[in-house]
Ligand binder design. Structure first.
Ligand code: TYM
Length: 342
């Protein structure tokens, strides 16, 4: 594969979230919180990936509202549409076009290794849409249509990002354009990179978990947040002194990490503050902190959602800007592939 270190294009940040259900604390800590910090010094595109959402059934009547819901969550969390480009994926044709070209670059063996497809499909893989199988190729197209160099995501996206890098490298190699696409770097590190279920510290917090008590949704009010944290699975022990002691206690480790991510402390600092305390003390403190950080976002989200036309306008304007960046890149791809008339 070609040497990817010599890419000389601008630094550009791209990430996306699916409009396929309520956003939860994992999406916030693993992704959106990082988006806000990055927009200050970087050119950023934050997409609502509605094409990815339809890899499983979405009710056409609800999809526009779900899309605005993610837009509102971005804005309420501090993503500023005058700094970052916030748009929905289906409004920019470059995504689907480049995805097709990448379908002809990616190998079946690469996709067969994707654990997220296996997790989502379970024993029913034959009945899943081809789109769900192809999901990571579209994700590579999202990133590379903008020649994005940095991708803030949660830890569960690590393998998809590796595939994007492989596709970029194979395209550059096959067409002998050594530095055309960058090798996009995942930005995963941080205490919120893997937020786990409140009911099972070994499963990630997820939109698709049937138990609503397993996650804190961005739409939960203060009472609901407090109730879910009160009910969160723990054990009979107290908060330990060292990280080592947390290794066998995944549910406790998760609550400590959530506290750390929300407060801006490290896990160690949280242990120093609470070691020896029982959950009768720690859980109310975590509930208060979560409400303090999340409630203003929920309130603001509801305010944005009360003006759907304004959200539609923001998205449409940004889609034009996104297309201005992506169209010339995809046009170059057409020429590189050698299409007649390109
Ligand atoms: P989605 O909607 O499933 O997740 C959106 C973001 O939230 C992160 N995330 C988590 N982070 C920490 N703990 C959790 N429990 C947790 N659950 C979810 C995800 O890692 C992700 O960053 N495939 C992407 C969407 C996408 C994309 C892209 C991302 C499509 N194209 C291009 C980056 C670049 C996804 O996971 O969506």
């Amino acid at each position: 594969m070609s040497d990817q270190t010599k890419y000389e294009g601008p630094k550009r940040v791209f990430s996306g979230i699916q409009p396929s259900g309520d956003m939860h604390l994992g999406n916030y800590l693993g992704a959106i919180k990082k988006f806000v910090d990055l927009q200050e010094d970087n050119e950023c595109l934050y997409c609502i990936v509605d094409l990815h959402a339809i890899t499983v059934w979405q009710d056409p009547k609800l999809l526009p509202e779900q899309t605005r819901h993610i837009a509102a969550a971005y804005l309420a969390s501090g993503v500023d549409p005058s700094k970052a480009i916030v748009y929905n994926q289906s409004a920019v044709r470059a995504h689907t076009e480049l995805a097709w070209y990448f379908n002809c670059v990616a190998r079946v063996g690469w996709l067969n290794r994707m654990t997220q497809f296996k997790d989502k499909a379970g024993k029913n893989s034959e009945k899943m849409s081809v789109g769900l199988y192809d999901y990571p190729v579209l994700q590579a197209a999202d990133i590379l249509a903008f020649k994005a160099t940095h991708v803030p995501v949660g830890e569960d996206q690590k393998q998809h990002l590796e595939l994007s890098r492989d596709i970029a490298a194979k395209f550059n190699h096959d067409f002998n354009v050594p530095h055309f696409f960058p090798s996009p770097e995942p930005m995963i590190k941080g205490p919120g990179a893997r937020v786990m279920s409140l009911r099972d510290g070994t499963a990630k917090m997820s939109k698709s978990d049937p138990s609503d008590n397993s996650r804190i949704n961005l739409t939960d009010d203060a009472d609901k947040i407090a109730k879910k944290i009160r009910k969160a699975k723990t054990d009979a022990g107290v908060i330990p002194e060292s990280l080592k002691e947390l290794e066998e206690r995944p549910e406790v480790a998760n609550l400590v990490s959530i506290y750390a991510a929300l407060s801006g402390m490290t896990d160690e600092q949280v242990l120093t503050q609470y070691s020896g305390q029982g959950f009768g003390v720690f859980k109310p403190a975590l509930a208060d902190l979560t409400v303090e950080k999340m409630s203003p976002i929920t309130d603001l989200m509801n305010r944005y959602l009360s003006d759907p036309e304004e959200l539609n306008r923001i998205l449409a304007k940004a889609a034009d800007k996104a297309a201005e960046i992506a169209d010339p890149i995809v046009s170059d791809v057409r020429k590189i592939i050698g299409f007649c008339g390109a």
